[in-house]
Design a protein around this ligand. Structure first.
Ligand SMILES: [Zn+2]
Ligand SMILES: [Zn+2]
Length: 234
């Protein structure tokens, strides 16, 4: 049971560290946080965790996958295996009683503070379970974050705040934006504000209709990054 709260504890750590860090160091490091967030969100969160692993929407070279697999687990919304299962479940049951984070059915407080939990059938993540490095990262996800936190606290608290905690807080807010804004009516919509905040994930109706497409519209920043920098040419 306690396991279900671990991710929320990590996320509360991002918030508290962000607040304490800004009160100690001021706002000058936020530009660095923004740059780290943009790189993490576009390449690791959106392109790799979501479009590559959850939806298998493109192929990339093994060396790129290894680096981005690590960076995907650097984001504090759960392992690829854990979050991936939940996200596939969301696609199957969006805006219904079975959804994990519908703002209209489960409610916005649940999206923001609740425990997103479902008994995901193993068959839904069979392809992810067959990847040994994803299983390793799933088992060691929290150990990795504890090691990063302790190391940065000892070596450079400024880095802990502006390179680790605040970019992760931005990624969390981005995940909230995707869960809430395009689903805020009982039907999924494309949403321009979400598109800007999440760097390409806002064309959410298009994505629900075409989950295996890696690019959602002509201006989709993540789609462009995949197309020009990540996708293996056939
Ligand atoms: Zn959705
Ligand atoms: Zn999706």
């Amino acid at each position: 049971m306690l396991n279900k709260y671990k991710i929320r504890v990590l996320q509360v750590f991002f918030i508290l560290t962000g607040i304490i860090g800004i009160s100690v160091y001021g706002f000058s490091g936020l530009f660095t946080s923004l740059i780290v967030y943009i790189v993490l969100e576009v390449f690791a969160g959106n392109a790799t965790l979501h479009r590559y692993y959850c939806h298998r929407s493109f192929k990339m070279a093994a060396w790129k996958e290894r680096i981005l697999c690590w960076l995907s687990h650097h984001i504090g919304i759960g392992s690829v295996l854990g979050w991936g299962g939940y996200h596939r479940w969301h696609h199957m049951h969006s805006d219904t009683e079975k959804d994990l984070h519908s703002p209209t059915v489960q409610g916005i407080p649940h999206v923001l503070f609740g425990v997103w939990d479902a008994n995901i059938p193993r068959s839904m993540v069979k392809d992810l379970l067959s990847d040994d490095k994803l299983v390793w990262w799933h088992r060691n996800y929290y150990k990795y974050h504890v090691i990063v936190i302790i190391s940065l606290m000892l070596i450079s608290p400024w880095t802990l705040v502006f390179v680790y905690a605040i970019p992760n807080l931005f990624s969390l807010l981005s995940a909230y934006a995707i869960a809430i804004l395009p689903h805020r009516t009982s039907d999924v919509k494309n949403d321009l504000l979400t598109e800007v905040l999440t760097l390409g994930e806002g064309w959410h109706k298009y994505h629900h209709d075409n989950p295996t497409h890696y690019r959602y519209n002509a201006y989709d920043i993540t789609g462009l990054a995949i197309h020009y920098l990540l996708k293996e040419r056939e």
